[in-house]
Design a protein around this ligand. Structure first.
Ligand SMILES: [Mg+2]
Length: 239
C-alpha cells in the first residue's frame, strides 16, 4: 500500500513557469532596442539546457543564460544598464509572491490525514526554501527535499533513507521528465498533473505501455480518486 506521498512544488502546488514566460517577454522588449539578431528563442532554449550542467535548475541559472544570450545576440554590445535590468528581473522572480493553485490546501489537508506527505523539489536552494516558507503549506509535509536533479538515483536514495520500499512511495507532479519517469523507473508510483504552463524541457512524450503504477489527472481535486484507483490496481488488477 502507498504510505508516503511526495509532491513536486513548482507548477504542481504553485505557479512558477508564468514568471519565466514573463521574463522572456521582458527580455524580448529589451532586445528590441538592438539590431535584429538570429533566432533568440532557440538560442535561449539551448543555453538554458546546456547551462543546467553548470548551474542546475532555477532562476539564477536562467538569468545567467539570458545574460549570455544577450551578449551573443547583440555582438557583445548590450549596455550595462540593460544587463542590470536582467539582473533586477531575476531578483524580482526570486522574491515574487508564492501563488498556490486552487484546491492545494484542501487536497493537502485531506491526504495528510491518511498518508505521510513529503515535498521534493529542485532548483536554487535558497529560493526553494524561501518559497516553501512563504507558501503557507509547509506544515503539511513531514520532510522536504531540495535536490539539484530528480534522477532515479536521487529518488532511490530518498526512499532508502526513509526505509521505504518503492511500492509504498507515490510521487505527484507536473513534469513527466522529473516527477514521473524516474519514479516509475525505480518501481514506485506516479501521478502526472499537467499544468497549463510547463517548461518545454519538462515536457516529454508519454511513453506507451505505462500501466499499473501510473495515472494522469487534469486537476489536483481528482487526486483522491486517482490514488484510490492506484491502490485498487495494486491489489491485483492492472490499471
Ligand atoms: Mg514542477
Amino acid at each position: 500500500m502507498i504510505e508516503v506521498i511526495a509532491f513536486d512544488a513548482d507548477d504542481t502546488l504553485w505557479h512558477n513557469e508564468g514568471l519565466y514566460r514573463a521574463a522572456r517577454e521582458a527580455f524580448d522588449l529589451l532586445l528590441a532596442d538592438y539590431p535584429p539578431a538570429a533566432d533568440s528563442e532557440a538560442l535561449i532554449d539551448r543555453l538554458e539546457i546546456d547551462n543546467l550542467n553548470y548551474y542546475s535548475y532555477g532562476v539564477m541559472g536562467f538569468i545567467l543564460s539570458l545574460i549570455e544570450a544577450a551578449i551573443d545576440l547583440t555582438d557583445a554590445r548590450m549596455a550595462a544598464d540593460d544587463i542590470r535590468t536582467l539582473i533586477d528581473l531575476g531578483k524580482d522572480m526570486l522574491t515574487a509572491e508564492v501563488e498556490l493553485f486552487s484546491g492545494v490546501v484542501e487536497i493537502l489537508e485531506q491526504l495528510s490525514e491518511t498518508h505521510t506527505l513529503m515535498l521534493i523539489t529542485q532548483g536554487d536552494l535558497r529560493h526553494q526554501q524561501s518559497k516553501i516558507a512563504r507558501s503557507g503549506v509547509r506544515h503539511f509535509f513531514s520532510a522536504v527535499e531540495i535536490v539539484s536533479e530528480k534522477s532515479p538515483d536521487v529518488y532511490q536514495e530518498i526512499i532508502t533513507r526513509c526505509g521505504l520500499p518503492p511500492e509504498r512511495f507515490l510521487m505527484i507532479g507536473n513534469s513527466l521528465r522529473s516527477d514521473v519517469l524516474p519514479v516509475l523507473e525505480i518501481g514506485a508510483w506516479a501521478i502526472y498533473v499537467p499544468s497549463d504552463l510547463t517548461w518545454t524541457h519538462d515536457q516529454s512524450p508519454l511513453p506507451a505501455g505505462l500501466l499499473g503504477r501510473f495515472r494522469q489527472v487534469d486537476r489536483l481535486q481528482e487526486l483522491t480518486a486517482a490514488i484510490a484507483d492506484l491502490a485498487a490496481g495494486s491489489a491485483g488488477a492492472e490499471g
